[in-house]
Every structure is written in structure tokens, then in C-alpha cells.
Design a protein around this ligand. Structure first.
Ligand code: FE
Length: 349
């Protein structure tokens, strides 16, 4: 009996040592597998490359669960305190705010993250941090539009663009975040008026993704499209000749340069509330924001790096510097419901 009790005790001790080793990263003679579980909406080859170099550098294994941000947020909610998730990565600030509001993230005390990620690009409670930036710009038909005819998002509601605007549906989070920023800078009534004006100027009912809007501009269906910058990069570097042609046919215009700046959104990450490997999760985020990792982000997916020390890729630099809207990105999430309501009220499908 004594033997059994001793045996049990030893097992319990061993297990708790292992737990402790896992938490602290101590190895006490034997190697304990270090890992970090990443729930991510991003599905780019560059991310795989980065995860591999993180593993090599730190010995911490990266386990990836890939799904849409909505699915991942739901999964984390259902898993509750049992969730294996350490890190959540999404491709827009709106969903990071949503995850925070649902209590799925936790504050992180990291000087590296705090000092590297500009204030408007991270959560006020340090529950999430931007990793990459994208601007929502106006792509215009080079052969029919002069850039000096363009100025602001607001101006797209004016009569001169009647029948000329291409933009995807309002169900898309990029448009919801743009609308949320308009509401944040003005008010719902003004935003509604703007939405109505843009709706009246549409070349067709909203359909397709951002790339489809650019293709439609080049096909002559309309003159201007509201799209994210990296899609132009993707088109220009596509293996499909038609896509390259579409990318080449449009100019990039950064709206609102004399005012609040061009609307930007981010992909970003936060540490899960119940992260079993919190220390590894923080190390992982610090790695993703490092100059080394930010260079990979900058050169692979045509996004703007968040680390100010890392220059954007050449193609993006060729579009020129621009003033970005420094609105606190939490406002995109906080105004999301209002934005959806405005779209519904004016009938922007
Ligand atoms: Fe996208």
C-alpha cells in the first residue's frame, strides 16, 4: 500500500514538475517540449516561413489552427478555460476588438510590444497588437481618371461619380471598418448621408471581392474602386496575365491626405485569455514584431510593416508615402454595429 501511495505521489510530483517546466521553460535535465498554439485567420506562405524560423530560433514548436476569424473566435468561446489556444491572429482590427469584448484575450505586459507598436495600432489594455497594416485606397482607371479629380472618401458621394464607383458588399469587414472610421470622425447621420451618396453612384450592385472591383474598373464597368492596397500588389504579381493587366490598369490614390488621412486596417494578434503557454505566446508576438519578421511580412504579402524601423517593400514605396488615419483602431470594433446599421438603413447590400 505504502509503495502504491509513494508511486502515486511520485507521479503527481513528476507531473507537476513537468507542468512547472512547461510554464517556466526550465528543463531540469530532460527536455520538455515547448510549444505555442496559434489560432490564425492568416493563410499566407510567408507566415509558414516565419513560424519555421521562430521554431528554429527558440525551440518552441508552433502548432497552427487555421480558420476564419469568426470560426476561431467561436471556437475559443466554446472551449472556454480548456482552450489550447495561446495566440489569436486576425486580419482586421474589428475582430480583435470583438475577441477582446468577449473576454477571449488577456493583457500582455511586454516592453518590446509597447515600445515597438505605435499607440493607435494596439489595444489600450494591451490585449492585442497590430502586425501589419493595409490602407483602403481608391484604385482609379489610369486612362479615364486624373488623380487630381480625386480627393476624399466623402467626395465619392458627389454627383460627378454617378455610375462610376465599384465596391464590394457591406457584409465585408473592410467596408464595415471604413464605415466605422467615418462614424468615428463624424457622426451616424453624416455617415448615412455618405453611404447613401456612394450607393447612388455605384456602377453596379456590390458583388465580388476587392480584386474583382479592380478587374471591373479595367473592364470599363466603372472608373474607381475602393480596395485594400495589398490586393493591387497581389494582382501585379499574379501568375494570371489578366490579373497583372488589371493591376497595371489602375492608379493608386490615397484619400483624405489634406485631412484625417487614409483609412488603414491591420492584421494583428493577441494572447488568449487561458493560454496554457503564455510566456511562449508573448515571445512569439515579440518575434513577429521584430525587424527580422517584419521584413518578411513587408516583402511577401504587400502589406505595410508595423515596426517603424522596417521600410515597406519597393512596390509600396513606389506608390509614395501617405498620411495614415491615426484613429485608435479600437474605434473600428466599437463602431462596428453602428456601421452595419448604417449600411442596412441605406440599403447598401
Ligand atoms: Fe483581405
Amino acid at each position: 500500500m505504502k509503495k502504491i501511495i509513494f508511486g502515486l505521489l511520485a507521479t503527481v510530483l513528476l507531473l507537476s514538475c513537468k507542468e512547472e517546466a512547461k510554464k517556466t521553460g526550465a528543463s531540469n535535465g530532460e527536455t520538455v517540449a515547448q510549444e505555442v498554439n496559434v489560432y490564425t485567420h492568416r493563410h499566407y506562405p510567408a507566415d509558414q516561413e516565419l513560424f519555421a524560423s521562430f521554431e528554429e530560433k527558440t525551440g518552441i514548436k508552433v502548432n497552427v489552427v487555421n480558420a476564419s476569424a469568426d470560426e476561431l473566435i467561436q471556437k475559443m468561446g466554446e472551449e472556454g478555460a480548456q482552450s489550447p489556444a495561446d495566440v489569436l491572429i486576425t486580419v482586421d482590427a474589428g475582430r480583435l476588438v470583438r475577441a477582446k469584448d468577449r473576454g477571449l484575450l488577456q493583457s500582455v505586459d511586454s516592453e518590446v510590444l509597447r515600445t515597438t507598436v505605435p499607440g493607435h495600432l494596439r489595444d489600450t489594455d494591451n490585449q492585442w497588437f497590430a502586425l501589419t497594416k493595409r490602407a483602403r485606397i481608391i484604385a482609379y482607371a489610369k486612362d479615364r481618371v486624373q488623380p487630381d479629380q480625386l480627393s476624399t472618401y466623402e467626395d465619392l458621394a458627389s454627383d460627378r461619380w454617378k455610375g462610376k464607383i465599384l465596391v464590394r458588399s457591406s457584409g465585408n469587414i473592410y467596408n464595415q471598418s471604413l464605415m466605422a472610421s467615418v462614424i468615428a470622425h463624424t457622426d451616424e447621420a453624416t455617415a448615412k448621408e455618405w453611404a447613401n451618396g456612394v450607393l447612388n453612384n455605384m456602377a453596379r450592385d456590390p458583388k465580388g471581392n476587392d480584386r474583382d472591383q479592380v478587374k471591373a474598373v479595367v473592364a470599363g464597368e466603372g472608373d474607381v474602386a475602393i480596395v485594400n492596397t495589398y490586393y493591387i500588389g497581389k494582382l501585379l504579381n499574379s501568375e494570371d496575365a489578366e490579373e497583372v493587366k488589371a493591376g497595371e490598369g489602375v492608379g493608386i490614390f490615397f484619400p483624405n491626405q489634406d485631412g484625417r488621412g487614409t483609412h488603414i486596417n491591420v492584421s494583428g494578434a493577441g494572447v488568449a485569455k487561458y493560454a496554457p503557454n503564455k510566456a511562449n505566446a508573448v515571445t512569439f508576438l515579440e518575434f513577429l514584431i521584430s525587424e527580422e519578421a517584419q521584413k518578411v511580412f513587408a516583402h511577401s504579402n504587400y502589406e505595410y510593416p508595423v515596426n517603424p524601423k522596417v521600410p515597406a517593400a519597393e512596390l509600396l514605396r513606389s506608390w509614395g508615402d501617405f498620411k495614415e488615419d491615426t484613429l485608435d483602431l479600437s474605434a473600428l470594433g466599437n463602431n462596428n454595429k453602428k456601421a452595419v446599421m448604417v449600411f442596412d438603413e441605406v440599403g447598401w447590400k
